[in-house]
Design a protein around this ligand. Sequence first.
Ligand code: ATP
Ligand code: MG
Length: 232
Amino acid sequence: MIKFEHVGLRYGIGPEVLSDINFTLEPGSFRFLSGPSGAGKTSLMSLLYLGRRPTRGLITMFGKNIGQMSRKELSLMRQKIGVVFQDFRLLNHMSAFDNVALPLRIQGLAEREIKNNVDELLDWVELEEYKYALPSTLSGGQQQRIAIARAIITRPRLLLADEPTGNLDDDIGYRLMSLFDQLNKMGTTVIIASHNNALLDRFDHDRFILDHGTLSIHQPKSWIKDKLESMF
Ligand SMILES: Nc1ncnc2c1ncn2[C@@H]1O[C@H](COP(=O)(O)OP(=O)(O)OP(=O)(O)O)[C@@H](O)[C@H]1O
Ligand SMILES: [Mg+2]
């Protein structure tokens, strides 16, 4: 589904913020991306949602070399990707409902179907009563949940979420991580950037760890696995 080969990224004439990134991700994977502030998590995400092109190396997504794709092809590919941005990027002149409905309207879904889908998801993220509110009148955590609902409303093939629980308390953070888990079980490939290691430790997914622009892969051995291995 995704392949990075010797990928590097620099902003302008600055130093490389990502250097020699190599990995392959199979469809249906679930990966956490962790690493300290400034390590390059958001930069790597911007390559994955096709918001930037790498300054060197080769990126293959959905079987295609993105370096050889036209803008039109890239924008079609982007429709298969749901993104939760670290800074939310909600449309402030639209209600919570309309923000979440937007990707379905772009797809041309019937308004009644849109209403059913959006209502159900707003209910799930506990924002039913705020559906007509403008984002600017809501708290950071509420805005974050709108951004999450908007990213998953189309059941994208790839979901990228950048610190999606950064403004949420532990309970709702855990619930939303479980929602990402459910989506993943239905076939969505999921990549979540977070430096909340305590929350990530509650889930048993492989991790990409970024440090100063260099990527390593860490496979957690959960205590259950350890216990089973010691028993048999
Ligand atoms: N638009 C930009 N122009 C120039 N430099 C940038 C830009 N965006 C990020 N950088 C630099 O790239 C490096 C990595 O930043 P990035 O935002 O990817 O880190 P991060 O791991 O997401 O950090 P955080 O955990 O704080 O969100 C930093 O040194 C940052 O200053
Ligand atoms: Mg970031």
